[in-house]
Structure formats: structure tokens, C-alpha cells
Design a protein around this ligand. Structure first.
Ligand SMILES: *Cc1c(COP(=O)(O)O)cnc(C)c1O
Length: 394
């Protein structure tokens, strides 16, 4: 551990604040450090390990593909990629997919599609995308621009132009921005993840969908975190009864491999033509095979399990007086604690053998979609104990 820490400090850019844990192996919702100490994982590598760590079926699918072909360029056909695109479209009613390697890239593609759709149809000058204050859309220069938080708009300028920020819930303000003109898209997270696990209001989402339809503005849903079963539906927009023109996803899509997708509906299915966009690694066969394994198992039974686990967590946590609120959907939950900082609670929980996350001032839970109930309960007990200790230490 000490040697690794020295190497990390000497040779890795200091962009991450790391907890004092060296993960050496894991299985399902359990992880182990180099001393063999066990941790319950309520973070899934930030909603990535959809079926936990080293899930057997996923591992078999990935290894099988690894033995066939690990990479061909996008100049040739690829079976896992084509099958996965079909599955994504058939299960969502969308029409075309562009594969990327990450969430930010999936959003970059969505932004390019929205701008090109508008420039093809209406000419130049209708290229602005509205995003929400407190949103998070990624770390590239353009997706930082799209991210509606001032803290992300420092140091790296000049940023990409063409984004306007609206306050979630304020329909009047949204109308005003739209009526000022030049808007080609509205991009939203239905549950703001990094922003504090805050679901959007249904009436507001309905209003966005209505404006988009009336004005031929593209509705872009960022499902990078909310997608792939996380909220109890395959994609979160199903919870809201809306149909996006474009949605992006990544994190949990390939169950632990770097993969993303920009999924386009009827309006935009032919917007991108040959040479308009591309990626060397995008659609990589191993990642696609992993995603096929994950997506094919996110069925009604699995989703019912997500909802059941979500209800179990809420019920257990809402009975704790130190907990002020539990927000979110499915297995994407944010917990406000009265009288203790989220960071302190998470640090304490790790000491006690349970991994969880923060989002702004909240403790954030993103467990594997199939976390065993007894493991989940043990993890929640550690969370509650950690909250109590942190509150009493104050
Ligand atoms: C994590 C996240 C991203 C960025 O994804 P990367 O894979 O880190 O590029 C974008 N949007 C949302 C909503 C996210 O949660």
C-alpha cells in the first residue's frame, strides 16, 4: 500500500482526492483491499458495475469476445456492436446509435447532432442548447460548458459557446429563453446526479417536452448516470412518460467497461452522415459484448428488484431521526443528514467497511442493481451507525 501511494503521488496527476483504500479484488457487491479486508460496495464504481464486480455471466461474455476479436476499427462490421444497437433501439423506440467510450463523449455526440439537425433544417444561428443550473454533463471543454455550474467554468477558457442555463422548475424563465430565439436543443438529467441526486419536477419536464415539440427543439436526455436500470426503468425518461429526441448513456451500460452511446430518435436518425463523426475505440467489441450481457439481463424482474431495494432503503433510512431526507429514484439515492457533513459520514463508513459516495452535501448511494438484500442491509446499518457517530461527535 505505502509503495503504491508513493508511486501514485509521484506519477499520477493530482486530480483525484483518494480514500486510503487499495482495492485488489472484488465479487458482486463485496470488495477487498490488499490486506484482505472486506468492504460492502454501495457505489458500484460510480454506477458502473451494474451487476457488481466481476459478475460471472458478464465476465464470460467479455472473455468470450476477448478470444474472438478484441478490436477492429469502425471501417469494418462488428457483430456485438450491431446486435447491441438493435437491442438499444428496440427497447427504447429509438432509431440509431453512435457508440463512444464515455459519458462526456456521448454528450458531445448529442450536442453535435442537435446542432447539425438545426443547421441542416434552419441554417446557421440556431445552435444554442439550454441546460440546467446545477447540471453535470462531463469534463471535455464543451461538456464543461454544458454543465450549469460556475465552479466548472474556471481555468480552462475559452469555453465552447452556445449554452444557456435555466433554473429547474422555472417554466416562465424557460419560455423566455426559448422565445429569445436561437435554441436548437434542451439537455437535461432527469435526476441530477452530481448536483445532489435531485429528480426534476414532473410538471417541469412535461413543460420542456411540450416546448420542444412545439418549437422543433430537440429534447436531449443525459442518461449517463440514470440509465441502464438505475432508476427502476431501463431509462429514466420512462419514469416521466416522455420520449427524448436524443439520449446519451454510459456509466453502467457495459457493466464495468468504458463505453457510451448516443441514441437518436426519428427526427435525428439521419442527421449524422459519413464522416460527420467518429471514434477509434467507440463501439469496441469487448465493451459491446459486455453491454449486451448487461442490457439483456435488465428485464422486468431485475427492474422490480431495483424498485424493491429502493423502497427497502427508503423505509429503513426514513426511520432514522438524524436523516433529513432521501431523494432520488430507484438505486440512485441522496441522503441529507442533519448535523453531520456527508464527507465525514462517508469517511467513517469506509473505516467501518462500507463504500459509498457523496453528491454535493448529500451521501449518495449507487449500489449494484442486484445487490443481495442481506449485504444491502448490512451496508445500511454501517451507514446509520456512521451517521450517528458523526452527529454525536459534533
Ligand atoms: C458521469 C456523468 C457524465 C460524464 O461521464 P464520463 O464517462 O465521466 O465522461 C456525464 N453526465 C452525467 C449525468 C454523468 O453522471
Amino acid at each position: 500500500m505505502e509503495e503504491i501511494k508513493v508511486l501514485d503521488n509521484d506519477y499520477i496527476a493530482h486530480t483525484y482526492g483518494r480514500f486510503d483504500v487499495l482495492v485488489t479484488k472484488g465479487k458482486g457487491s463485496l470488495m477487498y483491499d490488499e490486506k484482505g479486508r472486506e468492504y460492502i460496495d454501495l457505489g458500484s464504481g460510480i454506477a458502473v458495475n451494474s451487476f457488481g464486480i466481476c459478475d460471472d455471466e458478464w465476465k464470460d461474455a467479455v472473455i468470450d469476445q476477448l478470444g474472438k476479436v478484441s478490436h477492429t476499427s469502425n471501417l469494418y462490421f462488428s457483430s456485438p456492436q450491431a446486435k447491441l444497437a438493435k437491442m438499444l433501439c428496440e427497447r427504447t423506440g429509438m432509431k440509431k446509435v453512435f457508440f463512444s467510450n464515455s459519458g462526456a463523449e456521448a454528450n458531445e455526440c448529442a450536442i453535435k447532432v442537435a446542432r447539425k439537425y438545426s443547421s441542416d433544417k434552419y441554417g446557421e444561428g440556431r445552435s444554442t442548447i439550454i441546460t440546467l443550473v446545477n447540471s453535470f454533463h462531463g469534463r471535455t471543454i464543451t461538456t464543461l460548458s454544458a454543465t450549469g455550474q460556475d465552479v466548472f467554468h474556471k481555468h480552462f477558457g475559452p469555453f465552447t459557446e452556445g449554452f444557456k442555463y435555466a433554473h429547474a422548475g422555472d417554466i416562465e424563465e424557460l419560455n423566455k429563453i426559448v422565445n429569445d430565439g436561437g435554441i436548437c436543443g434542451i439537455m437535461i438529467e432527469l435526476v441530477q446526479g452530481e448536483g445532489g441526486v435531485i429528480p426534476l419536477d414532473r410538471a417541469y419536464v412535461d413543460a420542456i417536452a411540450k416546448i420542444c415539440k412545439e418549437k422543433d427543439i430537440l429534447l436531449i436526455v443525459d442518461e449517463v448516470q440514470t440509465g441502464n436500470g438505475r432508476t427502476g426503468k431501463l431509462y429514466a425518461f420512462e419514469n416521466y412518460g416522455i420520449k427524448p429526441d436524443i439520449f446519451s448513456t454510459a456509466k453502467g451500460l457495459a457493466g464495468g467497461l468504458p463505453f457510451g452511446a448516443c441514441v437518436m430518435g426519428e427526427k435525428t436518425e439521419n442527421t449524422l452522415g459519413k464522416g460527420d463523426h467518429g471514434s477509434t475505440f467507440g463501439g469496441n467489441p469487448i465493451c459491446a459484448a459486455g453491454a449486451l450481457s448487461i442490457l439483456s439481463r435488465i428485464d422486468d424482474k431485475l427492474l422490480d428488484g431495483v424498485t424493491k431495494r429502493s423502497e427497502f432503503i427508503r423505509k429503513k433510512l426514513e426511520a432514522v431521526p438524524e436523516i433529513e431526507s432521501v431523494t432520488g429514484l430507484g438505486l440512485m439515492l441522496g441522503i441529507s443528514v442533519n448535523g453531520a457533513a456527508a464527507g465525514d459520514v462517508v469517511a467513517k463508513a469506509i473505516e467501518k467497511g462500507c463504500i459509498m459516495l457523496t453528491a454535493k452535501t448529500k451521501v449518495r448511494l449507487l449500489p449494484a442493481l442486484n445487490i443481495p438484500m442481506d449485504v444491502l442491509e448490512k451496508g445500511l446499518d454501517i451507514l446509520i451507525e456512521s451517521i450517528r457517530e458523526c452527529v454525536s461527535e459534533k
